[in-house]
Design a protein around this ligand. Structure first.
Ligand SMILES: NC(=O)c1ccc[n+]([C@@H]2O[C@H](COP(=O)([O-])OP(=O)(O)OC[C@H]3O[C@@H](n4cnc5c(N)ncnc54)[C@H](O)[C@@H]3O)[C@@H](O)[C@H]2O)c1
Length: 358
């Protein structure tokens, strides 16, 4: 698929554009002839990828997506051709201390986006991003299929499962009748890559400690996660928006985007690989009493492979190499962040078997 052609003269709304995935996507799509509106909360962390990205094509809006009226005013005025809805309280641990904020942003925020969509009288393609954590964790070894049971032990997972149910009800009772709307949800697993500085995520916690020559404390070394480079699910969301335009049969569907079942790896494995690319990376395992993480999560992404022709491109080793090299160049070589982002995007696009071309 030709990205330059697909995005030519498109107006794109990215909610959560200041976050990790949002920043990478704004930077990537700024290569094309587009106009981007971003909607996020009004504050940025001191060290955030957003500070460094290409903002030439961006209209930067800051408000709470739970504020329906403000959201409607902005969306109806901008009239986006494509929406990537990322905005969320995206941290499991924070959801335990701030459940109401998590439910408000992740459930009401999503319902607000869907309501606005129905008021737009223009052709719009939307990708609603939830999470692999929307599935009830039954410790299945086969990997979760899109029609497996939804659920969640912690508020974050419950909010993402709820967002899926809200989506399904909106689609089946309201949006399906609107011929101008093409929409689907996307469920991806844990992402890593340069430029994430969130708290309580494995790679950011590690590089913060390692950059100051500290040992990192690890609480669940044997937890397995479907790790992938941030460009992998982003390419999935792009492929999904492209196919929504072409294939009416996928309207209202959900898609998983993750590594193959045998590619999931433990936290310990990711750390050991990181030690190959970050000299003197040290970690120590400890037990945390009150925070229980679900131990096993695998995604089955066959549907995305078959229908969207999407597949994960980078091996786990390459994913960790790109990530650690990025942070090394940032912390130790004072590299230009925009160039680091371009380097990884170019590398990703050049990979054999990649279905994108510029
Ligand atoms: N990062 C991962 O490993 C991962 C895995 C699976 C799913 N996801 C999902 O992907 C999406 C993006 O994740 P991320 O890692 O970029 O998250 P992030 O925490 O880095 O960014 C979240 C973004 O949402 C915005 N936001 C939060 N609350 C808001 C509100 N009330 N109103 C408006 N904006 C608000 C923030 O300002 C920020 O721009 C989220 O929906 C997340 O749940 C992420």
């Amino acid at each position: 698929m030709n990205l330059k052609k697909f995005y030519n003269k498109k107006k794109i709304l990215i909610t959560g554009h200041t976050g990790f995935k949002g920043s990478w996507l704004v930077h990537w799509l700024s290569r094309y002839n587009v106009q981007i509106m971003g909607i996020s909360l009004g504050y940025d962390e001191k060290l955030s990828l957003f500070r460094f990205i290409n903002k030439k094509k961006l209209i930067d809006k800051r408000f709470d997506i739970a504020n329906y009226q403000k959201l409607e005013n902005n969306i109806l005025k901008f009239k986006p051709d494509i929406i990537y809805h990322f905005a969320a309280q995206a941290l499991v641990k924070k959801s335990v201390t701030n459940p109401l904020e998590t439910f408000s942003t992740n459930i009401i925020g999503t319902a607000n986006i869907l309501s606005c969509l129905n008021k737009l009288n223009t052709n719009t393609i939307s990708v609603i991003v939830t999470s692999d954590k929307c599935y009830e964790n039954l410790k299945l070894l086969r990997g979760y299929h899109e029609n497996d049971r939804l659920g969640g032990h912690d508020p974050y997972s419950a909010s993402k499962a709820s967002a899926e149910i809200v989506f399904s009800s909106y689609f089946n009772s309201i949006l399906k009748k609107n011929k101008k709307i093409k929409i689907a949800t996307a469920r991806a697993g844990n992402v890593i890559g340069g430029g994430d500085w969130s708290l309580n995520r494995l790679v950011p916690d590690c590089v913060r400690a390692w950059a100051s020559n500290n040992k990192v404390k690890i609480r669940s070394p044997n937890s397995t996660r479907p790790w992938q480079h941030v460009l992998e699910p982003l390419s999935g969301y792009i492929a999904l928006s492209y196919h929504l335009k072409k294939n009416k049969n996928i309207n209202g569907e959900s898609f998983n985007f993750g590594p193959k079942i045998n590619e999931v790896a433990t936290v310990k494995k990711v750390l050991q690989l990181s030690q190959k690319y970050w000299k003197d990376a040290k970690f120590k395992i400890y037990k945390e009493k009150f925070f229980k993480e679900d131990p096993l999560l695998r995604l089955n992404s066959i549907k995305a492979q078959k229908i969207l022709k999407w597949r994960k491109i980078l091996s786990l080793d390459k994913t960790v190499e790109l990530t650690m090299t990025w942070y090394n160049d940032f912390y130790k070589n004072n590299a230009n962040v925009s160039e680091l982002l371009n380097r990884d995007i170019n590398y990703f696009l050049e990979q054999e078997g990649n279905f994108f071309n510029d």
